[in-house]
Design a binder for this molecule. Structure first.
Ligand code: PEP
Ligand code: CO
Length: 456
């Protein structure tokens, strides 16, 4: 490991709670300070969910992605829920990510780092603090980490003990994912383990299986010549979430015996959401002191003169792998919003990893009240992102998606051309609409076409 990566000290004027001196947006109002303190203390004593070694290994991988030697696939639910912490939901999500990553590895001829939006994605930013229904106003639902979804005063009360439950559900998720991977679930010799029962008749599944059969043939051929090849039987999986609720993140910020600095050990790769990325805000203050690789969502209103100071604050020493910028501009906005940012970062010679999130700038509401996204807009934004980076001489090193392995109808369009009326059939998301299996695989295939050329 590059020693420069593991030796970073936290800045001298920083502490895990120094964010409390700044304005913290998108935080709940806890009404009992003693209850919050008790839950925070309990959380701070519980074991972490990841280790500093894993965190630094991911940072190294992200540094490689910055250099074009890897691609990053980051994906999962918009919001996890405690109720969805089940065996089929966790393993189906893993299957989709594994299938997509196989398409990418095969097509890009580059290693792929898989980063789940899971095992901690339990807090959501909201556009209003209060929700009004039939004249009744209650605090908005902010995710299972904070309060309950039912529209009752009891459910909507911010309950700090939910932080303990979220930690436990994250640990259950991590434990199952680790056991699956270590037990051979991700073994390239057995890609049939990743088949999803309900996609048997999908045309994309057929195309995918043809590719897998080809990989299997090559693998058997190579192993006939050289014997079993190490590294094909397991893959790495990392976790990420929006580090929104700072009391939770603070309680899981730890020092470790063998590495200097402070680590957020609730996840490998926390990110700052678009709504909480103010330079002088509490989230930037918290993030600047931790040693994890970190990401920031960049929306269409961000200007170069705001972005460059943010990069200075979060990665003052230009450390490789440290900072990822996830742009989420919208299909209509990316052509004007992104180029000035790419040019400024390139001109200043700053080292960042660029990732495209083609989901969050393309959310709309249908006439019957569903939040949805048109697949054509998602595909269009991703397609443009590759071209804009190529024109700017920068590199798109990854993609950030909201997807699920469940048979949902939440985004319109795609291989089965889902329409507005189809959305009623299987709309399950608690928050944002997710890609289903076919829509996800189609995007993986698009990434390959855009990266290696060929028919677009
Ligand atoms: C999200 O990733 O679910 C999200 C809220 O994104 P953003 O901060 O980019 O709006
Ligand atoms: Co979302």
């Amino acid at each position: 490991m590059n020693p420069a990566l593991s030796n970073a000290l936290a800045p001298s004027n920083w502490a895990p709670d120094s964010w409390q001196q700044r304005v913290a947006l998108q935080q709940p109002q806890y009404d009992d300070a003693a209850e919050l303190a008790a839950a925070s203390e309990q959380l701070a004593r519980l074991p972490p969910l990841v280790t500093s070694w894993e965190v630094l290994a991911l940072k190294q991988s992200l540094a490689e992605a910055q250099e074009g030697q890897r691609f990053v696939l980051q994906g999962g639910d918009c919001a996890e829920s405690f109720a969805d912490c089940t065996s089929p939901i966790i393993s189906n999500r893993l299957k989709v990510l594994l299938q997509m990553s196989l398409v990418l590895v095969h097509g890009l001829k580059r290693p792929v780092s898989r980063v789940g939006r899971f095992a901690g994605q339990y807090a959501k930013p909201r556009s209003t603090d209060q929700e009004v229904r039939d004249g009744v106003s209650l605090p908005s639902f902010r995710g299972d980490l904070i309060n309950g979804q039912d529209f009752t005063a009891a459910a909507r009360r911010a309950d700090p003990r939910r932080m303990i439950q979220a930690h436990a559900h994250s640990a259950l998720t991590m434990n199952f994912v680790r056991a699956l991977i270590d037990g051979g679930f991700a073994d390239l010799h057995h890609p049939e383990y990743w088949d999803l029962a309900w996609v048997e008749h999908s045309p994309l599944a057929a195309e995918y299986r043809k590719m897998v059969a080809g990989i299997g043939d090559s693998l058997r051929f190579m192993e006939t010549l050289a014997g079993p090849i190490a590294g094909f039987s397991r893959v790495d999986f990392f976790t990420s979430h929006e580090a929104l609720l700072l009391h939770y993140e603070q309680a899981l910020t730890r020092q470790v015996p063998r590495h200097r600095g402070w680590f957020n050990l609730s996840t490998h790769f926390p990110w700052i959401g678009m709504r909480t990325a103010a330079l002088d805000g509490a989230h930037v203050e918290y993030f600047r002191g931790i040693s994890n690789p970190i990401a920031v969502k960049i929306g269409p209103t961000v200007k170069p003169e705001q972005l460059l100071p943010l990069i200075d604050a979060l990665n003052p020493h230009d450390e490789p792998g440290r900072l990822t910028l996830i742009h989420r501009m919208g299909n209509a906005g990316i052509a004007t919003a992104l180029p000035p940012l790419l040019e400024a970062v390139k001109r200043e010679g700053r080292r960042v990893l660029w990732i495209a999130d083609p989901m969050h700038g393309n959310t709309e509401s249908t006439s019957n009240g569903h939040k949805t996204r048109r697949f054509d807009n998602i595909r269009g934004e991703l397609d443009q992102a590759f071209d804009i980076h190529a024109a700017a001489g920068t590199r798109l090193g990854g993609v950030h998606l909201e997807l699920t392995g469940e048979d949902v109808t939440e985004c319109m369009g795609g291989a089965r051309d889902l329409s507005e009326t189809d959305l009623d059939r299987a709309y399950k998301s608690m928050v944002d609409p997710r890609l289903n299996y076919e829509q996800s695989l189609e995007l993986a295939m698009l990434i390959v076409r855009k990266s290696v050329g060929g028919p677009g």
